[in-house]
Design a protein around this ligand. Structure first.
Ligand SMILES: *[C@@H]1O[C@H](CO)[C@@H](O)[C@H](O)[C@H]1NC(C)=O
Ligand SMILES: *[C@@H]1O[C@H](CO)[C@@H](O)[C@H](O)[C@H]1NC(C)=O
Ligand SMILES: *[C@@H]1O[C@H](CO)[C@@H](O)[C@H](O)[C@H]1NC(C)=O
Ligand SMILES: *[C@@H]1O[C@H](CO)[C@@H](O)[C@H](O)[C@H]1NC(C)=O
Ligand SMILES: *[C@@H]1O[C@H](CO)[C@@H](O)[C@H](O)[C@H]1NC(C)=O
Ligand SMILES: *[C@@H]1O[C@H](CO)[C@@H](O)[C@H](O)[C@H]1NC(C)=O
Ligand SMILES: *[C@@H]1O[C@H](CO)[C@@H](O)[C@H](O)[C@H]1NC(C)=O
Length: 795
């Protein structure tokens, strides 16, 4: 009786296990897996690796091998990155001894190449190697011999084996970077089909005696000679194998890195959780390592590469350029404006100005070089040349003209001189304006022109005018160029008369927005090469004395950071107090984030880091430490290339000095305001940290902090919902319908944890903005945050 009960129990216990259909041993002929929502897989005997399907998007599956026991389930090999398998596809070890991936219609999507037949069984080894074995136990084919971008301990690569980086972090199709053991040397290439080793951007040279590339058990990657002698260490750190998973990967940015991951989640704090890089990356700085005059360089055309604080390359568009593909920063940039006309009768030289980038160069795009010149000469030479897109001016006085497409762009302290980037001033003829509209404008011009030209008196007048203009242009060129630079460096505060600003805004006609301090209008400064500006009309009763106002404004205008909206000038005339800012063409983050087109995860990450850097600068780095006091999406603006810029900083001190702290919020809806505002507590920079935390959560989840109409009651208050999800480990719920974010769940977790630190009730527990910047960038470990409200209950 007892044994019968036991038996039933055993069956009950065993049933769900076998229903999971996880094979741990040899795969016999006829075995198959189907691509569906169950992520079906075959596992290695230890369960550490799995072979099977991974869902990459709606109805698109990748046949892959991955680390099964870690949260990321990091993929180490894949079969069909270029042609993802639709729902219902099947990988099959056929009864006639072939491994083949078929779509639901039976069409072959992938099979080992060259063709392998006569397989008796297949096995996924505990090393992560998937092997097809013949009747007489000969290995017919193994994934270790056909790597994708990753190599694993015990893997050995022979001559001619290619390791090809994927296209982007989440796109497993082949990218342009690869390395190959070629003529005994390990050569890294940035183009898919290079000519020969002279096209390589990095070569590990063994004088031709290299025979194999080995990743040994203890974590070293090296080249050996035919006799097994170690020739050259590629990565040199040894790792305690028993405690860490390891992999070495040629990443999509063209850099070969070796990673380790603790096997148990709670292992000593020496390593952060998740993968961390060991050994120095190869090459150490890819931005400066591609000395080739073919191809695009480390980044795409018209962009430039710089090494981030985390030692990873970043691709940026120069000012006036935007990414071709917003989902892949390595795809290059395009001009945001119509190129200069080469029509000699309409040279457009007054339509262009220069932005300056220090330590930046595009070494191979030049077509003309002039020695012993001044910077102004260099600008002018580029300005009058419609082919010139960028002028590089070296400290020694050499001027290079560069043309489109710019390639191999790099920004690095090792690069001398400066890049002068030619951009169109007027937006009116920008590419984005409809063609029809442009034609209309031109034709009206022509009509006006032809009517006027019919009078010969007018012709004379016109000639006179042109002569004057040319004369003035030559005289004023220097000051004009100077102004363009000053706008970018913004060291001066202009003063404007009220009338000037009234004219600039066409009588305050186009309202851009309205905030706590007054309304903002779009304007154009005709005196200054027609730059668009935003004019803020301050609510009049500011209570500040004249001198004090000017002192504050000049302090504000001295702040200069990529993530702050630049103050260009002001007007202080009796009742009228106005501030003039640079114009942000993409409006506020509130509209961008909560609008109809939800921004990509990558874009949101950039924005979060940008705002954090801007705040960190305000708090710590600028001469006067500024507390913003009103961080919220409405006060974050986006420029033409969607760079986040904080606006309205410095105004709190200027305008709220004597105001009592009034808050209209009700509990639960008080939004971005730190608890200090509601209690009798001193106000410090930590109020901005709190507000930033809320903003960060909104960026992560792409929703407002308070949504009375939310699906379930638990979701109404964002902070509560996030903490619940975090607490229960159901982080995916937060970014459910967001594939990009779901697949970057480790960063989501890091961001959520950072945000939870920011919104601690106790200001002392909140990190500084500088620390937060590092936490977001992954430069420091983020420890487990306490329940944000625990302080509340203790007082
Ligand atoms: C797989 O098959 C091989 C050869 O028959 C055998 O040596 C090995 O033990 C088998 N492994 C398992 C886990 O059954
Ligand atoms: C399959 O994998 C996806 C992402 O890798 C995951 O969201 C999903 O929960 C998995 N499904 C199952 C049934 O495990
Ligand atoms: C991956 O990138 C390639 C090249 O741009 C593109 O053709 C393909 O559609 C992308 N695949 C996915 C799944 O996005
Ligand atoms: C390659 O040859 C050069 C000069 O002949 C020598 O200095 C260098 O050590 C050699 N490198 C290897 C890896 O044998
Ligand atoms: C790995 O290679 C290093 C360097 O060649 C050597 O010291 C170490 O003993 C090797 N480890 C194993 C497990 O072979
Ligand atoms: C980590 O886990 C091991 C067993 O899995 C346990 O013995 C050890 O106490 C844990 N360490 C910590 C710090 O939790
Ligand atoms: C430039 O023109 C485009 C299209 O008309 C418009 O969306 C954008 O806001 C304009 N930018 C500026 C700086 O006026």
């Amino acid at each position: 009786m007892v044994s019968m009960v036991l038996g039933i129990l055993l069956v009950l216990v065993a049933l769900p296990l076998s229903a999971g259909a996880q094979t741990h041993g040899n795969l016999t002929l006829g075995s198959s897996l189907t691509a569906d929502d169950r992520n079906s897989s075959w596992q290695s005997p230890s369960g550490e690796f799995a072979f099977g399907f991974r869902k990459m998007g709606r109805g698109a599956h990748l046949l892959a091998i991955w680390f099964e026991k870690i949260e990321d389930k990091t993929i180490v090999w894949s079969a069909n990155g270029d042609t993802l398998a639709p729902e219902g596809s099947k990988i099959q070890l056929t009864t006639d001894g072939r491994l083949v991936l078929n779509d639901p219609g039976g069409r072959e999507l992938w099979s080992p190449n060259p063709t392998v037949a006569g397989v008796a069984y297949a096995v996924l080894l505990d090393t992560g190697n998937f092997v097809l074995v013949s009747q007489n136990y000969v290995n017919l084919w193994e994934t270790f011999n056909q790597p994708t971008d990753t190599i694993l301990p015990t893997q050995q690569l022979d001559q001619g084996t290619k390791v090809i980086a994927r296209y982007s972090e989440m796109n497993y199709s082949a990218g342009r970077f690869h390395f190959i053991l070629q003529d005994g040397n390990l050569a890294f290439y940035a183009t898919p089909t290079p000519l020969d080793v002279s096209d390589a951007y990095w070569v590990i040279n063994t004088n031709g005696s290299g025979f194999q590339l080995i990743f040994n058990q203890s974590g070293q990657v090296y080249l050996t000679a035919t006799n097994g002698a170690v020739l050259n260490l590629v990565t040199s750190d040894t790792v305690p194998t028993s405690a860490f998973y390891q992999r070495a990967i040629l990443e999509y940015d063209g850099v070969f890195r070796q990673y380790v991951h603790p096997k148990t989640a709670n292992s000593s704090s020496r390593w952060p959780r998740g993968w961390s890089v060991v050994s120095s990356p190869v090459p150490p700085n890819i931005c400066t390592s591609i000395p080739l005059n073919i191809g695009t360089g480390a980044c795409g055309f018209n962009s430039y590469c710089s090494l981030g604080d985390d030692q990873r390359p970043r691709c940026h568009c120069p000012p006036g350029y935007t990414p071709l593909d917003s989902t892949n920063e390595m795809n290059g940039c395009r001009q945001d404006f119509t190129p200069q006309s080469c029509d000699e009768s309409r040279p457009e030289t007054d339509q262009f100005t220069f932005n300056r980038l220090l330590h930046t160069n595009w070494p191979f795009s030049d077509y003309e070089r002039s020695a012993a010149q001044t910077e102004d000469w260099c600008r002018e030479a580029c300005l009058v040349d419609c082919f010139c897109a960028v002028a590089i001016f070296s400290d020694e006085g050499t001027c290079w003209k560069k043309r489109i497409p710019l390639s191999n762009g790099v920004m690095d302290t090792s690069v001398g001189g400066k890049a002068l980037i030619k951009v169109r001033i007027q937006n009116s003829t920008s590419k984005s304006t409809g063609d029809g509209q442009k034609k209309n404008k031109n034709s009206t011009l022509i009509i006006i022109g032809s009517v006027l030209l019919s009078s010969s008196v007018f012709v004379n007048l016109l000639l006179l005018l042109i002569t004057c203009l040319i004369y003035r242009r030559f005289r004023s060129r220097d000051s004009k160029l100077l102004w363009a630079v000053q706008i970018n460096q913004a060291a001066v505060t202009q003063t404007f008369t009220f009338q000037e600003l009234q004219e600039a805004t066409d009588g305050f006609k186009e309202e851009l927005g309205r905030g706590a301090f007054g309304a903002v209008y779009k304007g154009v400064l005709r005196s200054q090469d027609a730059n668009f500006v935003a004019v803020k009309v301050l609510a009049t009763k500011t209570g500040e004395r004249e001198k004090e106002f000017e002192r504050e404004v000049s302090a504000i205008s001295q702040t200069n950071h990529k993530n702050l909206v630049q103050l260009l000038g002001f007007c202080n005339e009796g009742q009228h107090r106005l501030l003039v800012y640079e114009f942000m063409s993409n409006g506020s983050l509130a509209d961008f984030l909560f609008g109809s087109s939800r921004p990509s995860w990558y874009r949101r990450v950039e924005i979060a880091c940008g705002v954090a850097r801007g705040l960190s600068y305000l708090h710590d780095d600028c001469t006067r430490h500024i507390i913003h006091c009103d961080i919220k999406p409405q006060n974050i603006l986006l420029d033409g290339s969607l760079t986040a810029k904080i606006s309205d900083f410095g105004l709190a001190k200027l305008l709220m000095a004597n105001q009592t702290r009034t808050t209209t919020g009700v509990r639960g809806t008080r939004g971005y305001l730190a608890p200090e505002w509601f209690r009798n507590m001193p106000i410090s920079g930590k109020v901005d940290v709190y507000s930033f935390g809320i903003l960060l959560l909104e960026l992560i989840c792409c929703r407002k902090n308070y949504e009375p109409e939310a699906e379930s009651e638990a979701q109404i208050v964002l902070v509560d919902w996030v903490y619940d999800c975090y607490h229960e480990g159901s982080m995916l719920e937060l970014v459910e319908s967001d594939e990009e974010a779901s697949s970057d769940i480790r960063r989501v977790r890091r961001f959520v944890m950072t945000a939870l630190w920011c919104i601690q009730e106790d200001p002392a527990l909140r990190p500084t903005m500088k620390k937060i910047t590092q936490m977001l960038e992954g430069a420091v470990e983020v420890s487990v945050p306490p329940d944000p409200t625990s302080f509340l209950s203790s007082i």
